[in-house]
Design a protein around this ligand. Sequence first.
Ligand SMILES: Cc1ncc(COP(=O)(O)O)c(C=O)c1O
Length: 457
Amino acid sequence: MHHIDIEVVEMTMDVMKYVIGRITKTDPDIGLAISEEELREKVGETVNSKGIGGLKAFELFKEVLVKHIVSIDNPRHLAFVPAAPTRASILFDLVTAASSIHGSYWMEGAGGIFCENEAMRWIVSLTGLPKGSFGVFTSGGTAANLSAIVTAREHWRSKSQENIHKRGIILCSSQAHSSVKSMAKIVDAAIVTIATQEALSKEDLSNAFNELSKEDQNSVFAVVANAGSTNSGIIDHMEEASLFCKQHDLWMHVDAAYGGGALMSDKVRDQFKGIENADSITIDPHKWFFAPYDCGAIIYKKPELAKNAHAQHGSYLEIFNQKGMEGFNPSDYQIQLTRRVRGLPLWFSLAMHGTDRYKLAVDTALDLAKKAEEMIKERDYLSMVRPISLSIVLFKRKGWTFDDYRKWTLHNLKNNVALVTPTLYEIDGTMESIARFCFINPETSAKDIAVILDSMN
Ligand SMILES: Cc1ncc(COP(=O)(O)O)c(C=O)c1O
C-alpha cells in the first residue's frame, strides 16, 4: 500500500485528469441525493478483504457517486450559505494534502503555519481589532464558536472562585445560528434567547438581563452577537452590544461566520461598526472568503486567554515548548489538537490573486442581491418579505404554502435547475414559509436569477 508502483503512478494521472476536468467546469450538475439502498444497489460492495482496485473504486465515484452529491459551487446553488472556492484554493488543497503537514505545532508545521498566519493577519486587519489580536483556522464556524465559548467561560471562571461551580449563561438573539445553542450545550452553559427578527440592541439586551434573577445575572458570562445572521443576514448593533458587555463585564463574541466576508466591502463595512470591540469573532473562510471546505476561523482580542483555556499539556507534548522549538502553535487556541493546515489553500489563493480581487468578488455577491430584489419587484407573482441584508434576499411567491415551496425546491433539484430552499419568517405575527437566496458565488448571473424566479410562475 505504501510502495510506489505503476498503479500509483497511473492513479495519480487519473486523479489529476479528473481534477482538471472538475475545476474547469463552470456549471457542474447540481446533483441529487438518493437513498442509501439505491446507492448500494448501484455500486455494490466496495470494502472487502482484498479490495476492489483503485480503477474500479474511482470509476464508481466518477460514474455513480458524484452524481448524487450536490455541487456546492454551482452558480445556481443559492440555498443555506453556499460556497464558491477559488480554483487556486482547490488546487492548493491537493498540495496541502500531498505535503502531509501536521498543523498543530510550529516545530512540525512551521512553513505551513507561517502561510496560515499571513492569511490570518489580513483577516484580523479587516475586523479592526486592536494590535495583539490574532486567530487560528478551525474546522468551521461551529468549532470556532465552541472555541470562543470555552475561552469566555474559562475567563469568567478565572475571575472568581464562586464561578467555578456555577452554570454560566449566554445571551443571544433568537436569530443566533443553531451552532451557538448546540455548542453551549457541550459546555453545559444555559442560553437566554431574546426573541427578535431584527438587529439586537442594547435595550433588548438590558431588558433580557433585567428580567433575570440576581443570581442568574451573576452567571451571565457572554453575549453572542450576529454579524450576518444565517436566515436573514441581520447584523446586530455591534456598538450597543459592546457597550452592554462593557457595562456588565461580559465577553462579547461576534458570530460573523457568514457575514465576515462583507468586512471587505466599502458598501457595507460601516454596518459592522463596533465589531472592533469584540473579545472574539468567528469568521468562516469556507463561506465568503472562497476557501474550500472545511475552513473556519476564530479570532481573539487577547489570544493569551484562549491559550489559557485550550493549550493541552502532556508529557509527550512538552518538547513543543522547549528552547529551539518555540513558535506559534495553532492547537493552543482552539479545541483541536491534530489539525491539517486548513488555512493553506486560502493563503495560496490570496497570495496568487491579491486581496483586491477578493473584495471585488464579495461586492459582486452584494450586487447580485440588489439585482435579485429588482427582478422580484418586476414580477407580480412575487414580493419581497424584508429589505435585503448583506447578500440574503427573503421573498415570497404569492399564494404558496410550505408544500408548494417544497415541491418547487425538489422539482428544480431533480431537473438540474437550481438548489434554492424555503425558510420560515414571521410576518404579521404568523410564521410563514418563504423563499430565500444567499449569494456568495460571483459566477452567478442575472440570467441564473431569472431562471429561478421564472420557475415560480
Ligand atoms: C452565522 C453562522 N454561524 C455558524 C455557522 C456554522 O458554521 P459551520 O457550518 O462552518 O460549522 C454558520 C453556518 O452556516 C453560520 O451561518
